[in-house]
Ligand binder design. Sequence first.
Ligand code: SF4
Ligand code: SF4
Length: 496
Amino acid sequence: MNVRSQISMVFHLDKCIGCHTCSIACKNIWTDRKGTEYMWWNNVETKPGTGFPTKWEDQDKYRGGWELKDGKLQLKSTSKAKTLTNIFHNPSMPSMDDYYEPWTYKYDELFNAPEGSDQPTARPISMVTGEYINVESGPNWDDDLGGSPVYAESDPNLKGLTEDQRQQLFAIERLVFFYFPRICNHCLNPSCVAACPSGALYKRGEDGIVLIDQKRCRGWRACVAACPYKKTFYNWSTGKSEKCVLCYPRLETGQAPACFHSCVGRIRYLGVMLYDADRIEEVAKLPDDQLIDGHRSLVLNPHDPAVVAGAQANGIHDSVIESAQASPVYKFVKEWKLALPPHIEFRTMPMLYYVPPMSPVMANRGDDTVSSVSEEFFHDIEHSRVPLQFMANLFGAGHQGKVVYALKKQKAVRTYRRAKTVGDIPMETAEKMLREADCSIEQAEAIYNLTSLCTFDDRFVIPPMHREEAIEMMRDPAEHKTAVGFGFMEPPKRGL
Ligand code: SF4
Ligand code: SF4
């Protein structure tokens, strides 16, 4: 057992209201510079939809992540033999058409327009050419099913759905959708790190945050091709790649990342998980239907004395172990089994997990009537308006079992709370549902508390980073304070 510590995350999708506040918070802090116009380290997608960059989940198109070949894990995007040719041309690399042509508006035409009888406008101009353009795509172009059926019908997760189930998802009069916020997953087996020919990407030892060393990056963009979530981006101005840094300067000073801090729906949870680094390769090679169990088994019980001893032996500070013991992420992922990794079949072992959404919970629309889909207060999970297979393609590597478990438990908790607070459902029925969903009353109360009543301190259990030790290694940290930030010996240069 090789115990390591990882800052991990859970997004509770039933709580996301699709406001994009998280994206804007991130954009304002990190990517409002030249060369980053099209970068969205945090973005929010509508499902079904094609996302950003368009159809990023389609690895036949982009060839990201890992595949098993002859029992060995291999990058799909490149190999030792292909490194040189791929450096100069990788046909699977997303192009500007797959992102979008960034634009701004001719605001002076709006603000300085002479008085007249017509309405002044600010026409869009390309941030690449400076010319007027017709905007044809954007980072959340298919927001709220905008552009359906073109976008919804092209969602790669529709694989295996019947025609009727497809219609259920995006026929306008029966439509259903949910939001899917995304950041870098700070994976345990990151293909971006493995693919970099310059060794510029690395996973921080102390907390698992995946970063790009701007001095070592040579702009080969191998990470862009290799990340199946398309969460590294190329900065055309500096000639380097960039990615989500999980706001590590904020974490190091005890603050939640900006997208977490600003989240209006309070859907985001962050905390430490201890894991066994010795078993990553073995788990990443499991068959698709065993990947979620395998991934979960990597996460270690922080209360187990053997795990604590292993962590201490590896130099993990007691305060970090205490944080792991109080981690909300551990509860969602391991204790309650409510949170699932996205597209585990890409085999990067993401450390951002999602609680799959139940909503909408009640009515369905038939030919010309809206009716309840169930005799029960909340719908049958099997008759969910978002077909189970769609959820399974997103959160279960195509297998429904783990998704059904998570949804049934959520339904049982809701029913229990309804029975307790409103009383129109008999408590015996609610308790029977809890038992069938593998959930005790204590667990139901704990899930309810962490989902509905959670405070900042409940959602974000941030360990002390002990960067003071790193700072002490430098000459005089006080000299650099307020000028270049903790830990930097020289200001970051981005070629502006
Ligand atoms: S999500 Fe992509 S960029 Fe982030 S660690 Fe995983 S492979 Fe790398
Ligand atoms: S801020 Fe929170 S609620 Fe709003 S879109 Fe982002 S994740 Fe969803």
